[in-house]
Ligand binder design. Sequence first.
Ligand SMILES: O=C(O)[C@H]1O[C@H](OP(=O)(O)OP(=O)(O)OC[C@H]2O[C@@H](n3ccc(=O)[nH]c3=O)[C@H](O)[C@@H]2O)[C@H](O)[C@@H](O)[C@H]1O
Length: 430
Amino acid sequence: MSRKMQPMEDELFPSTPGKFKDRSNRQFHRCFTSTSTMFLWALFLIALTASYLSFHSFISTSSKYFSTTWGGIQWERQVRSSAELRRPNGVSVLVTGAAGFVGTHVSLALKKRGDGVVGLDNFNNYYDPLLKRDRVKLLDSYNIFVVEGDLNDQRLLEKLFDVVAFTHVMHLAAQAGVRYAMENPMSYIHSNIAGLVTLLETCKNADPQPSIIWASSSSVYGLNEKVPFSESDRTDQPASLYAATKKAGEEITHTYNHIYGLSMTGLRFFTVYGPWGRPDMAYFSFTKNILQGKPITVYRGKDRVDLARDFTYIDDIVKGCLGSLDTSGKSTGSGGKKRGPAPYRIFNLGNTAPVSVPMMVNILERQLKVKAKKNWVEMPGNGDVPFTHANISSARKEFGYKPTTDLQTGLRKFVRWYLSYYGYHQGKAL
Ligand SMILES: O=C(O)[C@H]1O[C@H](OP(=O)(O)OP(=O)(O)OC[C@H]2O[C@@H](n3ccc(=O)[nH]c3=O)[C@H](O)[C@@H]2O)[C@H](O)[C@@H](O)[C@H]1O
């Protein structure tokens, strides 16, 4: 090694100064040539490494969100069969978030009246994915096919529109939960902003364009103090990132309505509850804890003021979803071009009868015949609002929306479902 190195050292540091210039010139060229070659090689290696890394991160990001399980003749057959109409003038609906709480109920209701339904869900683990799988088993028994995939997978969305000319999209997929936004803010951007835009991009290009009905939220009213909340009230003071993404959704859908002629209906749901509900919500987690003899945390406002919600039963919400779908009016564009103005609507879907959280706990205690162990805690500043109360006159006028289930009746149905789903043995819910 050292012997091989010797000549090169000699060349670089000549022992005869007089010959230095000549040799150094030649050497300079050779040196320059080899430096530039090395430089090019280094560049090449850097580029190679960078492209490997970005490809690797693309693959891992994609595999996190995009499932490759879709496609193929059998898959297309399932999609088509699920979308088949079984009534004259039926509609074919793509339901996003079909394995979710509201998505499951709406899919069933559409199918039962003879409409074609195809579901889409990414089965994320925000809460127990087993519950989602069980909901899908129920849907499957009604021949509703739920495609596993992410809203941000535009190729999948385009494929679905290639296979079925959906007349409507019932867009219920979202990152839900008000307080979780502090833990995982980016999941809200991924689903409620990026996912929404990907869906709208696909819908705007579809020919024919579908009409879109989608889930906004009562949380957009944020710190609004005027009661009951009307659609024309202020919605520029969100109290959580969740609320902010839903409000952004209302603005984004307006843009697509304005530029591309997509018919848009946003539904502001008020604390929806019922059988097959979301385990992260208070009425659900309280039930679990009460049955297991564990304490529950009940938030209170300043000066020990009770918090209140306009709890709305799932069957009433389903009626509101179908009513708004049936009156949604057509999109006017095609191939990404608007041909005329299309409907842009926003509706509150609430119960118009707020109930305090301690009262909700009280009803649960009576239904479960178990006393709750309550920890009273001042409402942390984590996105909650003190109360919600819907004015539903717009929805009533447009499509006869009229909620009929009070909290007591609705919670009785929920508790019956909960006990049959999770089982109840020797005083312990499983
Ligand atoms: O209408 C909506 O648009 C939203 O409704 C729902 O949000 P919220 O109305 O906040 O429901 P939820 O979490 O059940 O808390 C209910 C009450 O219990 C209180 N609460 C909550 C948890 C707890 O441990 N203790 C407690 O007192 C809490 O302070 C609150 O007063 C959906 O989750 C949300 O995704 C969105 O759809």
